[in-house]
Design a protein around this ligand. Structure first.
Ligand code: SF4
Length: 357
């Protein structure tokens, strides 16, 4: 159940029920108990990637859609807010893998067994339900906080039954590799006190301040090993790239700020589940300096798109260029609102997509 107003909490609904029990009618949702949210400037790796990928999509995601949960928000803002919750099938598969591993880790930490077959069966059912909800138009408003629909359905992208099946096989292969790897045995030996981070679901509080800016980071796993050093693990369903290294160095700085264990000397493992390979290294001074330089350049590029930095007020929409990379728009959540002016990458017409995973 969700609040029909902000769709983020149900505190109003609880209050409304209490009023009705007393024989009164809850007057309006103006009584929302959530404090008014402020669009503060912040940084995250995904925010950086959005700016680099398409300035216009970045503007829609971080600025124009802001407040789209409010009843009195303009229709375009509401539409952008709904669209930004869309995900593509690759990220959907990746999220499913992360969630399954997170749940397994939490079970092991409370000394419960994890039955692989059962986990896969339940995950497959869950993804089938999400697929059907997406195909039936979940992105048109009835979205939930955890799943807002698939870009492929919203943009009417033709995806064959084989491709959808292959997407499920990516999930299956990633989790099979994970279960066969040494990680489950290691996690089963960990005491809860050793685990510093376990892919927290609380994104809103998962940040620290770096050079005066809120830096959001959510390590998949961070634990203290036998030598009292921090070990950070990051699961990947995609291919290796240089940005992944910068991302985990950011995680190490987050762990340092939040738990007091120095980033310098922390061990990091990037686990490429579908490639069945791992990249491990110890963070040195050079890696930290490189991350800081990257962070500085990235935040400066973001600030260059602001009219007023202290209030995080963006420049006009026309100052945010549309990408000219062919094919990128088809899987963009904002394609529907942007497509009239997009000169390339038009989505092909949808064929019947009733095939489940
Ligand atoms: S449709 Fe293309 S140009 Fe428009 S916001 Fe999306 S990626 Fe950018």
């Amino acid at each position: 159940m969700q609040c029909m107003e902000c769709k983020e909490c149900m505190e109003c609904i609880v209050l409304c029920v209490l009023w009705r029990l007393k024989g009164c009618v809850f007057p309006s949702m103006e009584f929302c108990l959530r404090p008014k949210l402020e669009n503060l400037f912040s940084w995250s790796k995904s925010r950086h990637e959005k700016l680099v990928s398409c300035e216009r999509a970045y503007f829609y995601h971080y600025y124009l859609s802001w407040g789209g949960w409010e009843r009195e928000a303009p229709p375009r803002v509401k539409q952008l807010y709904a669209l930004k919750k869309l995900t593509n099938r690759y990220a959907w598969a990746g999220n499913a893998v992360h969630e399954a591993i997170r749940k397994s880790l939490l079970k092991w930490l409370s000394a419960q067994p994890v039955a692989f077959e059962e986990m896969m069966s339940s995950l497959r059912q869950h993804m089938r339900r999400e697929f059907a909800a997406s195909r039936d138009g979940v992105w048109q408003g009835q979205f939930s906080k955890s799943f807002g629909g698939l870009v492929e359905h919203a943009n009417a992208v033709e995806v064959s039954a084989e491709e959808w099946k292959s997407n499920w096989q990516t999930v299956e292969a990633a989790l099979s590799y994970f279960m066969e790897s040494a990680w489950p045995r290691l996690f089963q030996k960990l005491k809860p006190g050793q685990v510093l981070e376990a892919d927290s679901k609380d994104f809103e509080s998962s940040f620290f301040i770096l050079e005066g800016i809120r830096l959001f980071a959510m390590p998949d796993v961070a634990f203290v090993d036998e030598s009292q050093s921090v070990h950070i693990v990051d699961w990947k369903t995609g291919s290796p790239n240089e940005g992944n290294v910068e991302q985990v160095v950011g995680y190490a700085l987050f762990v340092e700020a939040r738990h007091g264990f120095p980033a310098l000397g922390s061990r990091v493992s990037l686990v490429y589940l579908n490639q069945k390979m791992e990249q491990s290294f110890v963070i040195d001074e050079g890696a930290i300096q490189k991350f800081r330089a990257f962070f500085k350049a990235s935040t400066e590029a973001m600030k260059a798109k602001l009219l007023d930095v202290p209030s995080n007020t963006a420049l006009e929409e026309s100052c945010f260029l549309k990408t000219n990379v062919p094919g990128r728009c088809v899987l963009c959540p904002f394609f529907k609102v942007c497509e009239a002016e997009v000169s390339q990458g038009k989505a092909p017409v949808l064929k019947a997509q009733s095939t489940l995973l």
